[in-house]
Write a protein that binds this ligand. Structure first.
Ligand code: FES
Ligand code: FES
Length: 149
């Protein structure tokens, strides 16, 4: 049994300590906005925040997450107030199929917390999430828009 704090709420999950956090979030807690893509920390679809830092939850154990503040896409708009990143995403019509987008938004959220005005090189270095629909140009435009809100 492990106690996870996700989006400000505690959840007791009955999993092995080495279970990937992604599966506890999706299967035990039932928050399915966080997606499974590659399972090997390459695509970023599973990105969540742990103590404000973007991590790839397919490759991060439940044991590592205990005692920390986990934020998923479901926790980004408390009281239904969208974050700047979410607003910019809507204004720029970023998502296509949408599968990669929650991970993308979480990664960008973490980037803007440490670097509120990233340039293109910063974005290239920090946002390595893969989008099979090729939304990269819209992602970049939306990131720059979010920094000006
Ligand atoms: S599913 Fe975790 S990085 Fe691809
Ligand atoms: S929007 Fe389809 S994979 Fe990114």
């Amino acid at each position: 049994m492990a106690r996870l704090n996700i989006n400000g709420k505690n959840y007791d999950v009955d999993v092995e300590p080495e279970t990937p956090l992604l599966w506890a979030i999706r299967e035990n807690v039932g928050l399915t906005g966080t997606k499974y893509g590659c399972g090997i920390a390459q695509c970023g679809a599973c990105t969540v925040l742990v103590n404000g830092v973007a991590i790839r939850s397919c490759s991060f154990t439940v044991a590592n997450a205990v005692g920390k503040q986990i934020t998923t896409i479901e926790g980004l708009a408390p009281n239904n107030v969208l974050s700047k990143v979410q607003k910019a995403w809507l204004e720029h019509d970023v998502p296509q199929c949408g599968y990669c987008q929650s991970g993308m938004i979480m990664a960008v959220t973490a980037l803007l917390r440490t670097n509120p005005k990233p340039n293109d090189a910063d974005i290239n270095a920090a946002i390595t999430n893969i989008c099979r629909c090729g939304t990269f140009q819209q992602v970049r435009a939306a990131i720059h828009a979010a920094t000006n809100m």
